[in-house]
Design a protein around this ligand. Structure first.
Ligand code: ADP
Ligand code: MG
Length: 160
């Protein structure tokens, strides 16, 4: 059984950013690179907050250093863990400013995945049909986030 099977189709409700970060850390332990983690949800839904937990959980960097790559588009958090499989780079991509398929292509998401990386993508909605092209033979974890109140976030995880 793939480790990601353990997180298939889960729904969570968190009540603080700290809880969302803790959930991200737990998720991190289930990820097997190369894997594409697609985050969907509106501004303020908690995509960056969850990413802090995932990145910290992979021990790439402390969570304070994880910020939205809104202007640079991609952050690389370096070697996440060493082991039998060697280096696992962790990439954090924000597609907020991406306007079309051509811009998306220049990001080279495919190349990032080819590095046996963990690739976390905010505003996954913007992948559109490109998601299907990236997906074959790769693990994709889709996470929908939404605010149900000021401090409550619903977080639905789907592994496919
Ligand atoms: P996004 O990246 O989706 O735009 P952020 O993670 O940057 O969202 O912002 C989420 C905002 O919501 C932060 O200001 C955070 O403090 C706040 N927040 C309140 N409750 C939660 C929660 N349960 N989980 C995550 N963020 C929360
Ligand atoms: Mg964000």
């Amino acid at each position: 059984m793939k480790p990601e099977a353990a997180i298939r189709n889960q729904s969570h409700v968190t009540h603080s950013p700290e809880e969302t970060i803790a959930l991200g850390r737990k998720l991190a332990s289930e990820l097997v690179p190369p894997v594409l983690v697609v985050l969907l949800g509106e501004l303020g839904a908690g995509k960056t907050t969850l990413t802090k937990g995932i990145v910290a959980g992979l021990s790439a960097v402390p969570e304070e250093e994880v910020t939205s790559p809104t202007f640079t588009l991609i952050h690389e958090y370096g070697a996440a863990r060493r082991g039998r499989t060697g280096r696992t780079p962790v990439y954090h991509v924000d597609l907020y400013r991406i306007e079309n398929a051509r811009e998306l292509e220049t990001l080279g998401l495919e190349d990032l995945l080819a590095e046996r990386a963990v690739v976390i993508v905010e505003w996954g909605e913007k992948l559109g049909p490109a998601l299907r092209q990236l997906a074959p033979g790769r693990s994709v974890v889709e996470i929908h986030l939404s605010a149900s109140s000021d401090s409550e976030r619903r977080i639905d995880i789907r592994v496919g």
